[in-house]
Structures are given as structure tokens and as C-alpha cells.
Design a protein around this ligand. Structure first.
Ligand code: ARG
Length: 456
């Protein structure tokens, strides 16, 4: 008979068992469920709600159950629905009435809310540590090859020369925000819901603060109805993962382009590429492509849970059981990306000469000309117009910008001096950009030092 079977006389439909069970996926919460039950039972004894001997026996048996699950020596069956009932049932099988006391002042509704919060605390810590490693790999690559000059792009058109290191550190900044968001989210995760019961709390005089301390939460939830209905913290957490995945997807797109024959800026290590079953010459950047693709799964998880919660009346509804598979999938997907990506980035070989060649079109220095004019007093909009006319003149004459004489340049830029003819090297273009946040070699080196220190 099911643990809730008292009220029932008829048999459960066979199809319902498989439809209703969640143990096939929520069993991965077992350690958290056991942790929660131990703290709960100890508190019940402390409050005189159950005998001390019962709490002690429950604690010993919970350890035993945990070991059995660790070792694959625990039988799961769909009839027992979820991980909570499996563990309670195992307690009762072993301890009889003593085990039957554990669920006093508790519902699976506050229990699952607790389990997910405990699970997410670990997930946040683990993922943040992995994102830190990802940052380290980017900084390492920037420290090794960061002084290479490449074209920076806007609209995927050559814009201005930048340092490769500057480009990589842009991603380090994004990842830093991802970590900040996750850490901020843990404030909302780290709140203790147990004691909310099914929805209305309990008539038993439990001590929620004691459980809160034992499980190392920062505070207890204030409203029992909110506590069992709330999945905001999951939505927020997956939003953070979705933004992180979007960042990885953008880097992936950059790397895929850089690996293409048209760019040829980087070559990935063989360990992180696959070939074609048909075309012998192919070496494909699959990790980057799959990470871009897997970003869709994370978005899917976010959309699923947002949609799940939309329109649910207070308080707990069984719909909420559907939160777990997308949540677990999002966590697994992000962790799998994070297990591979840093090593791929750290071992990326770059082709400086290709990067430099692409950044050497003098047209990329057109802005430098306009800024030179500003330096000698020409209003920027007029300067922009003059240099635009100069670019057009060169195009019409089929000349590169650095192939004109000063006299020719003066046809469109009357203020030009001999100095203007020296503005066309990408090296000096980046070298003049040393303000904070810009791509100058000193500014970028300082940024690399900043990150090295922060990440050490
Ligand atoms: N398996 C359920 C879930 O994941 C646990 C709570 C079940 N509560 C209930 N009253 N059936 O949401």
C-alpha cells in the first residue's frame, strides 16, 4: 500500500504509476533528502515531539540508507513515487513505529522545496568554481598570445585593430558577471522552507530556526504558502545559466569563425576537434558548435519552468514535479560544457601573421585620422566628413589609404600634415589607445595582471 493509502480503497491504475513517479529522476536528490530528514528528526526530538531514541535510530538508519544508495544497493520502484517516500518507507521497514515518526510536521511539499534548495546551493558553488577555471584558461591564453593584433569587428566588418588579448578578456568580463549573478541568486536559494508543511505550517511546536542553523541556511522562509509554491529561485538560477550559455555561444561563434579557412586566425588542438566521415581533409570545431547548440537546451529548460509556473494557483500543485528534469538537464549541460571548454581555449594555437595581415588594411585606421584632426582643432563631425571623402577618393582611384601623397591627401583633408601619412600601422594604432578599458598594450597588460591576481 502507498504511504498515502489510508484514504483509498480502489487500486491505482497501472498507467498512473509510471505517469506519476518521479523517483527515476529525483533519486539524485537522495543525499539532500537524507540531510534534511536528519536535521528534522533531531529537532523533533529536541522539541519533545518524538522520543530521543527514535531520532537516534532514524539518524543511524538514514546513514545506512545513504550508504546503500551510494553503493547501488537500494531498490527503487515506481510504486513508491518519489525519493521522499522511498527513504521514509525504508525507515519504516527497518524501524517500524520509530521510523513512522519522521514525517511529523512535514509534507513532501516543504521537503522537496528544501531538497532542491540544498541541491542548488551545491550546484551554484560547483558551477562558479568551474567558471573560474574557464576565466583562468582565457587569461592564460591572453597572457601567452594577447599581444597579437587582429581586426576588431562591428557588424562582422573590419572596424579597428585590437589586441587578441583584449578580445579574450571581454569574455572574462562576461564570465565575471555570470558568477556575480549566480552568487546573488544564492541569497534567494539559501532560505529554509521546512516547517511550512503542506501549505499552512504545523500545529506541532517545531523549531524551524534550529533546522535552519543545522543545515546552514541564512534564514527561514517567512510565509508557508509562498515557501511550498515558490520556484522563483530555480527560474532565476536557470536564467543565470542561460545567460552564461549565451556567452559561451557567442565565444563559440567567434572561435568557429576564427577556425574557418576565410579567417584562419586560430587552430584548435586535435583533442578538441573531430573529422568528417566522408571528407578526409576536415577538422571541425565541434565543441564550439555543440556548445552553441546546447545553449538551446538551457533556454528550453528556462522556458519550460517559466511556462510551468505561469498560471499555477497557490499553493503547491503537482505540476511542480515537472521542474526537476529541465533543472537537472540545464545543470548537466552547463557542467559538461565547462568540463571541456577551458582546455580547448587554453590549447588554442593562434596564427599571428594571419591576424595581423587582416588588421593591416589602412582603412582600419580611418578613425585615427579623424581623431588626429580633432587633436589639431577640427570639430569631429567635420573631421569625419573629410576622412570619409578621403576614403571615397582612394576607392575611386583604386588606391589603398596609405598609397597617397600628402598633396593628394590634402585634396580632401586640407589640414593634413606629414604626420598623417604615418598613421596607417595597426601597431601604432593600438599603441595610442592606452586609456582605461581600451586596447593599448599597456592597458591590456594591466588588465591581464588584474585578472591573474584576482583568479590566483
Ligand atoms: N515529487 C513531488 C515533486 O517533485 C514531491 C512533492 C509531492 N507532493 C505531493 N503532495 N504529491 O514536486
Amino acid at each position: 500500500m502507498a504511504l498515502w493509502g489510508g484514504r483509498f480503497s480502489g487500486q491505482t491504475d497501472k498507467e498512473l504509476t509510471g505517469f506519476s513517479e518521479s523517483v527515476s529522476f529525483d533519486k539524485r536528490l537522495y543525499k539532500y533528502d537524507i540531510m534534511g530528514s536528519k536535521a528534522h528528526a533531531a529537532m523533533l526530538a529536541e522539541q519533545g515531539i518524538i522520543p530521543r531514541a527514535a531520532a537516534d535510530a532514524i539518524a543511524v538508519e538514514l546513514d545506512e540508507i545513504e550508504e546503500r544508495i551510494d553503493e547501488g544497493d537500494f531498490k527503487f520502484s515506481a510504486e513508491l513515487e518519489d525519493i521522499h517516500m522511498h527513504i521514509e518507507n525504508a525507515l519504516i521497514e527497518k524501524l517500524g513505529d520509530e521510523g513512522a515518526r519522521v514525517h511529523s510536521a512535514r509534507s513532501r511539499n516543504d521537503q522537496i522545496a528544501l531538497d532542491i534548495r540544498l541541491y542548488l546551493r551545491d550546484a551554484v558553488t560547483g558551477i562558479c568554481a568551474m567558471i573560474r577555471d574557464f576565466q583562468r584558461a582565457l587569461v592564460e591564453q591572453a597572457a601567452g598570445n594577447g599581444d597579437a593584433i587582429m581586426p576588431g569587428f562591428t557588424h562582422l566588418q573590419h572596424a579597428q585593430p585590437v589586441l587578441f588579448g583584449h578580445h579574450l578578456l571581454a569574455y572574462v568580463e562576461m564570465l565575471e558577471r555570470d558568477i556575480e549573478r549566480l552568487e546573488d541568486c544564492s541569497k534567494r536559494i539559501n532560505v529554509m522552507p521546512l516547517g511550512s508543511g503542506a501549505l499552512a505550517g504545523s500545529t506541532l511546536k517545531i523549531d524551524r530556526e534550529e533546522v535552519c542553523r543545522a543545515l546552514n541556511f541564512s534564514r527561514v522562509t517567512r510565509n508557508s504558502m509562498d515557501a511550498v509554491a515558490d520556484r522563483d529561485f530555480i527560474i532565476e538560477f536557470i536564467s543565470d545559466l542561460a545567460i552564461f550559455a549565451m556567452h559561451v555561444s557567442r565565444l563559440s561563434e567567434d572561435i568557429i569563425l576564427w577556425c574557418s579557412q576565410e579567417f584562419s586566425f586560430v587552430e584548435l588542438d586535435d583533442a578538441f576537434c573531430t573529422g568528417s566521415s566522408l571528407m578526409p581533409q576536415k577538422k571541425n570545431p565541434d565543441i564550439a558548435e555543440l556548445s552553441r547548440g546546447k545553449t538551446a537546451r538551457v533556454y528550453g529548460a528556462l522556458t519550460a519552468i517559466l511556462t510551468l509556473c505561469k498560471g499555477l494557483p497557490l499553493t503547491y500543485n503537482r505540476d511542480l514535479q515537472e521542474d526537476k528534469e529541465p533543472l537537472f538537464d540545464a545543470v548537466d549541460t552547463v557542467k559538461r560544457i565547462l568540463r571541456l571548454y577551458p582546455a580547448m581555449v587554453a590549447t588554442m594555437r593562434i596564427r599571428r601573421e594571419k591576424m595581423l595581415a587582416a588588421a593591416s588594411d589602412p582603412a582600419l585606421m580611418a578613425t585615427d585620422l579623424a581623431e588626429k584632426l580633432v587633436e589639431i582643432g577640427v570639430p569631429f563631425r567635420n573631421a569625419h566628413h573629410r576622412v570619409g571623402a578621403f576614403v571615397k577618393w582612394c576607392r575611386d582611384k583604386n588606391k589603398a589609404l596609405n598609397e597617397t601623397t600628402l598633396k593628394e591627401m590634402r585634396e580632401t583633408i586640407p589640414e593634413a600634415t606629414a604626420e598623417f601619412l604615418e598613421l596607417f600601422s595597426p601597431e601604432s594604432s593600438v599603441a595610442k589607445r592606452e586609456i582605461t578599458g581600451a586596447t593599448g598594450p599597456k592597458a591590456v597588460a594591466a588588465q591581464i595582471e588584474f585578472w591573474k591576481k584576482k583568479l590566483s
